[in-house]
Design a protein around this ligand. Structure first.
Ligand code: HPA
Length: 239
């Protein structure tokens, strides 16, 4: 069995999949956090791995690529063809608010978007894309136990990284959106439509309002910490 974008067999994925954007980060996560790892898919170098955590829980890690079309494809195929129950995106974002510092962790309880993703559903209004509450509550508790600077709220999933409208982001800031990334909205919609569970956990890698830059060590430490939150959350739901 295979889908157009995944060449794994049914049963190769665990019920929970952690999803970074970058395929090499997926490999690094599998090498760092899992043992007895098997690579289960590699179409277009979008690598997917299944293995055991240090606590013996079976989980999978697979890259999403960048943007909503990409995560939309992989999450749809995982949910609908591979029996995956939940996907936890672990990624980076650009902070919009003054109280959000580089290196903070943001958990997206909801996602807004400038994309046309929901057009396909023909809805007679505006859809609110939400995280699964069980995953959200668990991840928030895990993050709090690690004493990270945590923000929970609405994020913007934008289709545009290099925006011709240089001030457009200020309106999202003004309405209280925490940060911008490029995938959560489509992931949450796919999960809702297919009656599955999804969550997005982010590290603030840059900011539209706070000065400064992360050193490469801080960046790596921030990513590692976020992935630990993702892994510990995933372990609580692994079958
Ligand atoms: N925009 C969109 N996605 C991002 C950003 C950003 O500024 N930073 C990290 N991911």
């Amino acid at each position: 069995m295979a889908t157009p974008h995944i060449n794994a067999n049914f049963g190769d994925f665990a019920n929970v999949v952690l999803m970074p954007g970058d395929p090499l980060r997926a490999k690094w996560m599998a090498d760092t956090f899992l043992h007895d790892v098997k690579m289960v898919t590699s179409v277009r170098n979008i690598y997917g791995y299944t293995g055991l955590t240090k606590n013996g829980k079976k989980i999978s890690i697979m890259a999403s690529g960048m943007g909503q079309p990409s995560i939309g494809i992989y999450s749809y195929e995982l949910f609908s063809k591979y029996g995956v129950d939940m996907i936890i995106r672990v990624g980076t974002c650009g902070g919009y608010q003054q109280n959000i510092n580089l290196y903070d962790v943001i958990i997206a309880s909801a996602a807004s978007t400038d994309s046309n993703w929901v057009h396909q559903y023909g809805l007679n209004g505006h859809y609110s894309a939400c995280a699964d509450y069980d995953l959200l509550e668990t991840a928030v508790n895990v993050a709090r136990s690690k004493k990270v600077n945590l923000h929970v709220g609405n994020v913007l999933s934008s289709d545009i990284f290099y925006d011709a409208d240089k001030d457009g982001w200020k309106k999202w800031q003004d309405i209280g959106v925490l940060c911008v990334e490029m995938e959560a909205f489509a992931l949450y919609c796919n999960a809702a439509k297919l009656r599955k569970k999804a969550l997005c956990i982010l590290t603030v890698s840059d900011s539209f309002v706070v000065e400064g830059e992360l050193t490469s060590e801080q960046r790596q430490a921030g990513l590692t910490r976020m992935m630990e939150i993702g892994i510990e959350t995933a372990e609580k739901f692994a079958k």
